[in-house]
Design a protein around this ligand. Structure first.
Ligand code: HEM
Length: 320
């Protein structure tokens, strides 16, 4: 009797292990490359310093690249794979095409990392480290990056189209898009604070400045100067026009003044459940910095589905 119970328990445990999705990355650790590539953090940092010194917006672009990687089948560098005649990746998904930037910076880092430690550091980890440095270099918080991700041998344009939230989204759909990734409404509100740096194209905020009701009139008028009702789709405007390249908590102060650039931004302060947190972040830069860093670590833990074939790519743009 005892033996058959033990057998059943063992069988049940085995079945459970087979059925539950395994963590596609295995266990991440801040020390993952301590022996195999001790110089990786310094290399990433120096390339990022040069890139941000040359063009501060590049810091913002790298932060966004990380978000768009992690939200589509986990942080697996799938976004970096180039399309070929036989392969369609994520670069030309609606939210990415002519919009996501920074691929060359990741290439430059990878080239130096490969020279120092061949075939060791994943492109996914490089993006995670580079985005931490980007936030820090723009004056935001810093954190220890969990490492040990692998690069996927696959990418999905349809998943990118389905999973990345759009600028016309309402509050409930933003909460749902993040919940689908295991991120809370608080994580979503903190992560959205990244819109304190960077630029958006007219195409994405035209509706906001011409048709939204909850918009500051002088802000709308100023944005309309370079974003006409027709044409000028690619014209850029800063998310935060006072301190466009500083990673501060101005995003939330702007929302409270109805100066959010995207419709989706202003949805976080529009009489809904996120209002209270927006007020707190606006009044407490430290609280925002702490929550943002925590949420970046959490988002950085998103792993590809179990069974996704992975590797450490030699060239971030193509599978080995
Ligand atoms: C909450 C849902 C979000 C929506 C709907 C959204 C949407 C957008 C849109 C439409 C743009 C402008 C793209 C263009 O004009 O080409 C943009 C830019 C940007 N996004 Fe988001 N985003 C969201 C969340 C996030 C998150 C979570 C992060 C990072 C943690 C992030 C970081 C950025 C940055 C830094 C830029 C500026 C990039 C640059 O200047 O190159 N966004 N986002």
């Amino acid at each position: 009797m005892g033996t058959s119970l033990a057998r059943s328990v063992a069988l049940f445990t085995l079945l459970l292990c087979l059925l539950l999705p395994s963590h596609g990355h295995g266990k991440l650790s801040t020390k993952f490359y301590a022996k195999s590539c001790p110089s990786v953090a310094a290399i990433v940092r120096s390339v990022m310093e040069q890139a941000v010194a040359k063009e501060p917006r590049m810091g913002a672009s790298i932060i966004r690249l990380f978000f768009h990687d992690c939200f589509v089948n986990g942080c697996d560098a799938s976004i970096l794979l180039d399309d070929t005649s036989t392969f369609t990746g994520e670069k030309n998904a609606g939210a990415n095409t002519n919009s996501v930037r920074g691929y060359e910076v990741i290439d430059a880092i990878k080239t130096q990392v490969e020279a120092a430690c061949k075939g060791t550091v994943s492109c996914a980890d490089i993006v995670a480290l580079a985005s931490r440095d980007a936030v820090d270099l723009l004056g935001g918080p810093t954190w220890n990056v969990q490492l040990g991700r692998k690069d996927s041998r696959a990418a999905s344009q349809s998943a990118a189209n389905a999973n990345l939230p759009g600028p016309g989204s309402g509050a409930a759909s933003l909460v749902a898009a993040f919940a689908a990734k295991g991120l809370s409404a608080r994580d979503m509100t903190a992560l959205s604070g990244a819109h304190t740096v960077g630029r958006a194209r007219c195409l994405f905020f035209r509706g906001r400045i011409y048709t939204d009701q909850n918009v500051n009139a002088s802000f709308a008028a100023a944005r309309q100067q370079t974003c006409p009702q027709s044409g000028g789709d690619g014209n850029l405007a800063p998310f935060d026009d006072q301190t466009p390249d500083a990673f501060d908590n101005a995003y939330y102060t702007n929302l409270m003044a109805q100066r959010g650039l995207l419709h989706s931004d202003q949805e976080l302060f529009n009489g809904g459940p996120q209002d209270a947190l927006v007020r707190k972040y606006s009044g407490n830069a430290r609280m925002f910095a702490t929550d943002f860093a925590k949420a970046m670590v959490k988002m950085g833990g998103l792993a590809p589905a179990a069974g996704t074939p992975t590797e450490v790519r030699f060239n971030c743009r193509k599978v080995n």
